[in-house]
Design a protein around this ligand. Structure first.
Ligand SMILES: Cc1cc2nc3c(=O)[nH]c(=O)nc-3n(C[C@H](O)[C@H](O)[C@H](O)COP(=O)(O)OP(=O)(O)OC[C@H]3O[C@@H](n4cnc5c(N)ncnc54)[C@H](O)[C@@H]3O)c2cc1C
Length: 826
């Protein structure tokens, strides 16, 4: 009997795991039920009653019409009652964009072979030439200290250079005079620029991200495109996009800025137009913009357009020279020095055909914004964060080798090593995410959930990196000046955290909230059946999605348990993946099943309240995100040819992602509102306890070594950033000092050992190396080499000091001398 009970249990698990159709379930349950009746020896009456009950249930489940009437329709009725109504703006946000690898991770069965078969993103020769040429040149022209302390702006010649070389038209097709770059190229340009100067990167990012050009490309009329796109491409127009107002930040759909459709006089003629009133703030490039992309709510009280009174959010292009437009004042965003400021207008009359897309796009602004958000969000901030992280890993590794305390390079002290190793692995994972995400955009995706994941985790990754870098640099990172390569990055970092969906909101509301609807294989279908369909159509669609949903949840639950009991041994991994990383794929497959199951049970247990339970949904979002970041890391390892030297970075970051995902699940379970369900879930998800440990210290050491050691692995880790040539620049001196330090280590070892053995006695105030040379312990050439290294080391560790006025008087004189050049550039 025990054997048969076990066999019954195994068959049920197998049916669930394999998502057997209902008729197979019915047949199997019928056969097993009959066998149990024989084994247990029930009487004829009991057998007849049980058989009748079984047949009734089987018929109800197998006959769709009956199933709908008895099961799905009542569930649909309850679902309709509890499903919160969605505002049109929420619906447009949900519908926007596409899903990609996130849907695989949400399914519980990621198709790894498909991911690995995606070609590694590559630049064209022309794009590479641009990165190696004009981008390199723009970086060389940007002196971050001069920009952030003296000018609070890019120098006029750099503005001019950016315009002439087409930096503002990377996303504009060639037929309009733009560069027509791929998402990867666009991302590569921003990566390099941001490794040099944040203000430079932001200035280039904004015209290429969500704004006039992007909106015109998708929705503009031919006339608007033909007029504006060539001008934007060549920098003859400087665009900005103004959505945020003092009362509406994260809740941007509630902007109070408005327009009223009316007739008015325009260039001597009466035309149909809008009277606009707005008050915006934080608008990047606003103070220097010539073309203002403006979002406002449009009303038509006199029904001049024939439709509703409240038409909804609308986007228009307003030349800033238009009478009544107030622009030009500046905010000072953490010394970022990129142009940013408020703008406003009251009752400014403009023609209706200034609406992007013309009058028929009145009220469709939110849809336009939501649909255009994903591409830019996949590129700009991920690229600037990856550029920052790679640059920080490079300079911090170098500094930690050049700077010694306790007679040891600080990078070899375990505490510092821990932070440095973390930075290196972080930079690897961020770069992997940047490239994979930009690659998805180049495949035609507009990945709404993935872009939120990339935006949130890359800006947080950059924050972690800059915090580590600051700690490692100590006072050197704190005293600002031209010789500080970390401090400005530290200051300006929160800007990325705040813009394009502030991070707390992105993590706790968007990633899982949008993911659960968009990436889930059935939820959106169920919602549409409930809210957008009626009668027979709704009943059929809901029944189809709902029954499949039950099978999906059961399958993931059983697979989660089996993967837990077998420690992921039988979970899917791609046979084409490197053997040394295959177990990671298996673990992610296990996590994916667990996540899909947990997400379903959470939605079932909490329903619409889950949206408000941001602590829970934030953690569920973390699980999805960690799987995405780990997938990107594994893909990068494959795309780069499985370079063994990079394996510590892969291992550290994937293990950390697995561990973080596990901790997030643990916290969801610990805070789950239905305690009995939480216990059951924990038993299913972690039947043998929590399997993933944080990365090992030994692995962390290997990662730190990559940042400390000049060579191919370090160059690969930091590829794509700007490297100053020569010693004119502080980071150029640092690179040279690193090489000199490494070259001098054997020399230092000689006289250290001589001191230890007593062959050399250091004297206070005397140069030990000189004594070593005098005693013939090192050669004259070695001494000269050591002296040069010392000179470089001193330059590296020095910090800047200033006159009482921080040189302001001198700066003002210099800027006044610059007036003619500035006027020309403007
Ligand atoms: C330097 C800079 C440049 C910018 N550039 C532009 C630009 O060019 N154009 C433009 O239109 N806007 C721009 N912005 C505006 C930017 O997009 C907003 O700052 C952002 O949307 C957040 O709004 P807020 O600052 O008013 O913060 P708030 O909306 O007040 O948010 C404050 C905090 O509450 C959190 N929060 C809000 N709602 C929720 C929620 N439902 N759940 C959980 N947490 C929530 C946020 O995450 C944040 O942490 C810029 C801002 C800055 C600082």
């Amino acid at each position: 009997m025990t054997t048969f009970a076990l066999a019954t249990f195994a068959v049920l698990l197998a049916l669930a795991a394999l998502r057997a159709p209902i008729f197979v379930w019915s047949a199997a349950v019928g056969v097993m039920g009959a066998s149990w009746a024989v084994i247990l020896g029930f009487g004829a009456t009991t057998n007849a009653l049980l058989a009748a009950a079984f047949l009734g249930l089987a018929l109800a489940l197998n006959l769709p019409a009956l199933r709908r009437r008895l099961l799905s329709d009542p569930v649909l009725a309850v679902y309709r009652r509890i499903l919160p109504d969605m505002s049109p703006t929420e619906k447009e946000a949900i519908d926007a964009g596409t899903v990609w690898w996130d849907a695989d991770l949400f399914s519980g069965r990621p198709d790894w072979e498909r991911l690995l078969a995606t070609p590694a993103p590559r630049l064209t020769a022309e794009e590479q030439a641009f990165v190696d040429g004009p981008v390199e040149e723009a970086c060389a022209m940007a002196n971050d200290w001069e920009i952030t302390h003296e000018r609070y702006d890019l120098p006029p010649q750099l503005w001019q250079f950016l315009k002439e070389k087409g930096f503002f038209g990377m996303i504009i097709p060639k037929k309009y005079g733009g560069l027509g770059f791929s998402a990867l190229a666009h991302s590569e340009v921003v990566t390099k620029l941001s490794s040099r100067c944040n203000a430079l990167a932001v200035t280039v990012m904004v015209p290429n991200s969500l704004g006039p050009a992007e909106l015109l490309l998708h929705y503009g009329t031919d006339e608007q495109k033909n007029h504006y796109l060539p001008r934007l491409a060549k920098g003859q127009e400087i665009p900005c996009f103004a959505l945020t107002s003092p009362e509406a930040g994260s809740d941007a759909a509630s902007i109070p800025d408005f327009g009223v459709v009316c007739k008015g006089n325009w260039q001597g003629k009466e035309v149909l137009g809008m009277r606009l009133t707005w008050d915006k703030r934080y608008i990047t490039l606003g103070p220097v913009a010539t073309l203002l992309g403006l979002a406002f709510r449009l009303y038509d009280p006199e029904h001049l357009l024939g439709g509703h009174e409240d038409l909804g959010i609308t986007c228009a292009l307003i030349p800033t020279a238009t009478q009544g437009v107030n622009i030009g004042r500046r905010h000072l965003p953490l010394n970022g020095a990129f142009q940013n400021g408020p703008n406003w207008g009251k009752d400014v009359f403009v023609p209706l055909d200034w609406i992007i897309g013309g009058p028929e796009y009145a009220g469709r602004g939110w849809m336009m914004l939501m649909n255009s958000l994903a591409a830019g969000r996949s590129i700009s901030l991920p690229a600037s964060s990856a550029g920052g992280a790679k640059a920080l890993a490079r300079v911090t590794g170098a500094y930690a080798r050049v700077r010694s305390q306790f007679h040891t390079p600080i990078g070899k002290l375990e505490g510092v090593e821990e932070a440095l190793g973390r930075m290196a692995a972080n930079a690897y994972m961020m770069e992997a995410t940047r490239v994979m995400t930009a690659g998805a955009v180049d495949q035609g995706e507009k990945p709404s959930v993935i872009s939120a994941i990339a935006k949130y985790h890359m800006t947080e990754g950059a924050r972690a990196c800059v915090n580590d870098a600051m700690d490692i640099h100590g006072g050197k990172g704190i005293c600002l000046g031209p010789n500080n390569w970390v401090g400005r990055g530290y200051q300006v970092l929160p800007v990325g955290i705040t813009v394009e969906g502030a991070n707390i909101l992105t993590r706790t509301l968007i990633i899982f909230g949008q993911g659960a609807i968009r990436c889930h294989p059935y939820v959106l279908r169920e919602m549409r059946a409930a809210k957008e369909m009626q009668g027979e159509e709704a009943s059929r669609e809901f029944d189809d999605a709902f029954t499949a949903h039950i099978g999906h949840t059961l399958a993931n639950g059983v697979r989660t348990l089996l993967h837990g009991l077998s420690r992921s041994m039988f979970a899917t991994a791609p046979i084409t993946a490197a053997p040394e990383t295959r177990h990671y794929y298996r673990h992610i497959t296990r996590l994916s099943a667990a996540f899909a199951f947990l997400a379903d049970v959470s939605m079932l247990a909490m329903g619409g309240a889950l949206k408000r339970k941001e602590k829970i949904s934030g953690r569920l979002g973390d699980v999805l995100s960690m799987m995405y970041l780990a997938s990107a890391t594994l893909k990068r390892y494959e795309d780069q040819g499985r370079l063994k030297a990079d394996l510590p970075l892969v291992r550290w970051s994937v293990r950390r992602a697995l561990h973080s995902a596990q901790q997030a699940i643990d916290q969801v379970l610990s805070n789950f509102p239905v305690k009995a369900l939480a216990t059951l879930l924990r038993w299913i998800i972690f039947p043998l306890g929590m399997p993933f440990r944080p990365p090992l210290d030994s692995r962390n050491r290997e990662c730190a070594r990559i940042a400390l050691e000049p060579g191919a692995a370090r160059d690969r880790l930091t590829a794509g950033i700007y490297l100053p040539k020569g010693e004119a620049d502080a980071t150029g001196v640092l690179e040279t000092a690193l090489l000199a330090t490494v070259a001098c280590e054997p020399i230092e070892k000689k006289f250290r050992e001589a001191v230890k053995s007593g062959a050399l006695t250091p004297r206070s105030g005397a140069d030990t190396a000189q004594l070593a040379r005098d005693q013939g312990l090192i050669t004259a050439e070695e001494y000269a080499q050591w002296q040069r290294k010392e000179a470089l080391r001193k330059r590296v560790i020095m910090v800047d000091d200033f006159p009482q006025d921080f040189g302001r008087a001198e700066i003002v004189r210099k800027l006044l001398d610059d007036q003619p050049a500035r006027a020309k550039a403007a």
